[in-house]
Write a protein that binds this ligand. Structure first.
Ligand SMILES: Cc1ncc(COP(=O)(O)O)c(C=O)c1O
Length: 472
């Protein structure tokens, strides 16, 4: 009897190399299970077809976000027991301050409860009504804080970032001509800082090159403009520099991170991503005057300047997380897992943002559902369909996230209409990625008959978090 069975192959064998594995083993597990199709249909309808409004117990594999969803290490959990819960002067704050100074290289540190707390402080400290803030593509909370402080965000990212098929290795770069044109149009005095993010979340987790940040620094120095960095995923950015930029292959992630920061004047941080904690953030600057303002303001909005909304134990876990986050093996396996999922989908002809970025796979909903107008929320629809198929939770990064223009009140129509499958750090295995890939394929195969959504409830701020939708 002849057999059609082909022997199974490991990932390494499929790619003609030796396999690699995560640089950790699992010590504690959290059971998960899939609810039935009927329950999923009920849950997503009750959630107004918004995956942010689902209960997590109705979710099987949760790829909503990589924010605050990391697994902490045994060292971090041990550190939690060393929390110094003093209102003022907690020793854990000084450990955190030292970790930020050591690995990011900035002089002054203000702790905050998470990234947007730091965005609030820096925006209120330096933006005045009528200011313009150029940046490499907007981020939802960042831009809103800039607008609430009276500023207008101006996108100066390279054109390639808006094309999901373009293979440019550094699609997060700032276009120096666009930045120069803005400086000439409004004058350097009206630009409090350049808002530089690495990697760029909304572009698909795309990196900024060292050459680009160096050039932006030179340009800004000529005009006396500061550069503040969104360092949320800068460790992943450093990995791409190590991999793709000439002269960096033999440099450590830690060295690249610090060099990158040296071209900037400060950074805000959502420590819930790169820094491997479930809650926390910080603002760090080199300018004493800006520090003084931020340190004073933090007591109004977050807490005293030696805890900023975090418990002592949170700051200890964060200090340890910073140190662990720059481990080269950790970063390679983190980005490697994202790439594994991306490679499967690419092989199967499913439209995703290329090249695959650092923290997520972004499904290109415009090419997924070419029959669906952007007003029918293709990316939101795709997130709902994925949940219905398998209980996998993703999120929208398209017209709902883009919101309305504050001047005209009209919807913004972003070029990128994406559904984000965000991979938490140190949480899921390769088998989970296989289940996700198969679900995306099943939804892709059924795409022709899928109908879009109408928005039936629209909150004023950051509408994507709480908006409700109905089937068309
Ligand atoms: C690039 C970027 N900046 C800022 C933030 C805001 O941080 P947080 O969610 O901790 O407030 C996030 C995450 O939401 C982000 O992805």
């Amino acid at each position: 009897m002849s057999s059609t069975h082909t022997p199974p192959q490991t990932m390494g064998q499929q790619y003609g190399r030796r396999s690699w594995a995560e640089p950790w083993k699992i010590k504690m597990v959290e059971p998960i299970h899939m609810v039935s199709r009927e329950e999923r249909a009920r849950a997503i309808e009750a959630a107004g077809y918004n995956t942010f409004l689902l209960r997590s117990e109705d979710v099987y594999i949760d790829l909503l976000t990589d924010s605050g969803t990391s697994a902490m290490s045994d060292r971090q959990w041990a550190g939690m027991m060393l929390g110094d819960e003093a209102y003022a002067g907690s020793r854990n704050f000084y450990r955190l301050e030292e970790a930020v100074q050591t690995y990011y290289g900035y002089r002054y540190v203000v702790p905050t409860h998470q990234g947007r707390g730091a965005e609030h402080l820096i925006s209120q400290a330096v933006i005045r009504p009528g200011h313009f803030i150029p940046g490499n593509m907007y981020f939802t909370t960042t831009r809103l804080h800039q607008e609430l402080a009276g500023g207008t965000f101006v996108d100066v990212i390279v054109d390639e970032a808006h094309d999901p098929t373009d293979l440019h290795p550094f699609k997060g770069n700032i276009d120096l001509d666009k930045l120069t044109a803005l400086i000439e149009r409004v004058g350097a005095a009206q630009i409090p800082y350049v808002s530089l993010a690495g990697t760029v979340n909304m572009a698909g987790g795309q990196p900024v090159s060292m050459a680009n940040v160096r050039a932006v620094r030179e340009l800004c120095d000529r005009h006396g403009i500061r550069i503040y960095l969104d360092a949320t995923r800068l460790v992943e950015n450093a990995f791409f520099i190590q991999e793709r930029e000439e002269g960096y292959a033999d440099k450590s992630i830690a060295a690249i991170l610090k060099e990158f920061c040296s071209f900037t004047d400060g950074a805000w941080m959502s420590a819930k991503k790169d820094n491997l904690v479930n809650i926390g953030g910080w603002l760090a600057v080199n300018d004493e005057e800006v520090f003084d303002l931020a340190r004073n303001m933090v007591v109004i909005y977050e807490g005293l300047h030696t805890y900023g909304g975090m418990a002592g134990r949170d700051m200890e876990a964060l200090a340890i997380g910073i140190e662990e986050s720059v481990n080269d093996d950790h970063v390679a396996s983190r980005v490697g897992q994202v790439r594994y999922l991306g490679d499967l989908l690419t092989e199967w002809g499913i439209p995703i943002v290329q090249p695959v970025g650092g923290h997520a796979i972004f499904l290109d909903a415009k090419r997924f559902y070419p029959h669906m107008p952007q007003d029918h929320f293709p990316a939101q629809t795709l997130a709902a369909e994925l949940y219905l198929d398998s209980g996998v939770r993703s999120m929208e990064r398209g017209i709902a996230s883009a919101g309305r223009d504050p001047q005209t009140g009209e919807n913004r129509y972003p070029a990128l209409e994406l559904t984000r499958l965000t991979i938490p750090r140190r949480v899921y295995t390769q088998a989970h990625m296989d289940v996700v890939a198969e679900s995306v394929k099943a939804v892709f195969d059924g795409r022709a008959t899928t109908r879009g959504l109408d928005m039936v409830y629209e909150p004023k701020y950051l509408r994507f978090f709480q908006a409700r939708f109905a089937r068309r």
